[in-house]
Design a protein around this ligand. Structure first.
Ligand code: ADP
Ligand code: MG
Length: 387
């Protein structure tokens, strides 16, 4: 049965009736521009062909009921001023749903209650943004139930706010904006300061290959906070609001004057260089230069490993294996790091052999369930045909 068929079944067995509407929101992969979004910088993401789908039946009261094919239990809450957080850890996933409802209510949207059923095939916690796909899908679903809509960038901001304020993850805008505003067939240069998106098609003859190391990031909150603190220290030392406005020269100068520690300077160097690489990568895309794009992806990974220090043995090994295979133009970690996925740029004629060689070579080093996807840029969130 299709995923949509399973979704219809879940809805009718849970609520005893059929859904009337449905929406979807994709995950994303970032080709380059990592740990730049919360520094007001640039990223180069595309929406992927994995998504979260929500079947909807509007209600006449203010009750929301939600069930997920991937999680246990039906969660019920009221659309009121203060929506309670989940107290049961097993229902933590519902905090994303409640958080989105809460942020919509706070922003003054007039919502109606709804029965919702959802399913997702974006792997959880592997750097392809299942959480943003869930948030953007739920915001679309609640707006759709009320017969309303909002521009994609606004939906992305609401989703980000829900994750920041309600779930407590201090994420930037990259994930939600990619999911809300993805462009079919295109990669997007994202300006995280203005939220401006400039699409460009992938160069002809190359494919994007996502490989999940199977390693899940553990408790890394303190590591993220240290990286963010380093970025903030750099911006402060240079007297700018964000590292977007910093230069490498300024960072070295601040270190020499003793206003920036050597470690913070090293972290900031990655961010400043990565912004430059991302703009250069977009120029490669528009020029159709896949070879130069791949080289920039390699450099990005090397800085994330050596300067920003957010890779791990699994990511480094998978990248090293990929780069040595014929037809691979570049390979890097994607997402926040410490586990999750790599993204590689591979010539079309080599893709099959690339995947066939990558899996056993990685398994020989790490006994983890590697999953490989050859993916194309997908459309951003929107209505879904339930038929
Ligand atoms: P990532 O966004 O990198 O996949 P996160 O830790 O940010 O990882 O978000 C993963 C969380 O999102 C899951 O633990 C779960 O709470 C929620 N989630 C994602 N997809 C679903 C789904 N299909 N059903 C229920 N919850 C989901
Ligand atoms: Mg996430």
């Amino acid at each position: 049965m299709s995923r949509t068929g399973h979704l219809r079944n879940l809805f009718s067995t849970t609520y005893g009736t059929a859904p009337t509407l449905a929406v979807r929101a994709p995950g994303r992969v970032n080709l380059i521009g990592e740990h730049t979004d919360y520094n007001d910088g640039f990223c180069l993401p595309m929406a992927i062909e994995r998504d979260v789908r929500v079947a909807i039946r509007p209600r006449t009261d203010k009750t929301v009921r939600v069930v997920s094919l991937e999680q246990h239990g039906v969660v019920t809450f009221e659309l009121s001023a203060a929506i309670p957080k989940a107290t049961d850890k097993a229902q933590h996933w519902a905090d994303y749903v409640k958080g989105c409802a809460q942020i919509l209510v706070e922003s003054g949207e007039s919502l109606v209650g709804a029965d919702l059923a959802l399913t997702g095939d974006v792997p959880l916690g592997s750097g392809l943004s299942s959480s943003a796909a869930l948030e953007v899908a739920i915001i679309h679903a609640l707006l759709t139930a009320a017969g309303r809509s909002l521009p994609g960038a606004q939906i992305a901001r609401l989703g980000q706010r829900a994750e920041n304020k309600y779930v407590g993850t201090n994420c930037g805008i990259l994930d939600q904006l990619s999911s809300a505003c993805g462009v079919l067939g295109s990669v997007m240069l994202m300006d995280c300061r203005t939220l401006e998106l400039t699409p460009a098609p992938l160069p002809a003859g190359v494919s994007v290959v996502i490989a999940d190391t199977g390693k899940r990031r553990g408790l890394v909150d303190s590591a993220y906070n240290e990286r963010r603190a380093g970025c903030e220290a750099g911006a402060k030392a240079l007297g700018v609001s964000h590292l977007r406005d910093a230069s490498l020269h300024g960072l070295w100068d601040a270190e020499r004057k003793g206003t920036l520690s050597p470690l913070a300077r090293q972290r900031c160097e990655h961010v400043v260089a990565e912004n430059g690489r991302t703009i250069a990568a977009f120029a490669c895309l528009t020029a159709g230069d896949a070879v130069a794009l791949g080289q920039l992806m390699d450099q990005s990974h090397n800085d994330l490993r050596d300067k920003f220090a957010v890779t791990c043995a699994e990511l480094d090994d998978l990248v090293t294996i990929a780069r040595a295979l014929p037809g691979c133009l570049g390979s890097r970690m994607t997402g926040a790091g410490f586990g999750g996925c790599t993204v590689s740029l591979v010539r079309d004629e080599s893709v099959q052999a690339f995947v066939a060689a990558l899996v056993p070579a990685y398994r020989a080093k790490h006994n983890l369930p590697i999953v490989v996807d050859v993916t194309r840029p997908a459309a951003g969130a929107g209505a879904l045909n339930l038929a």
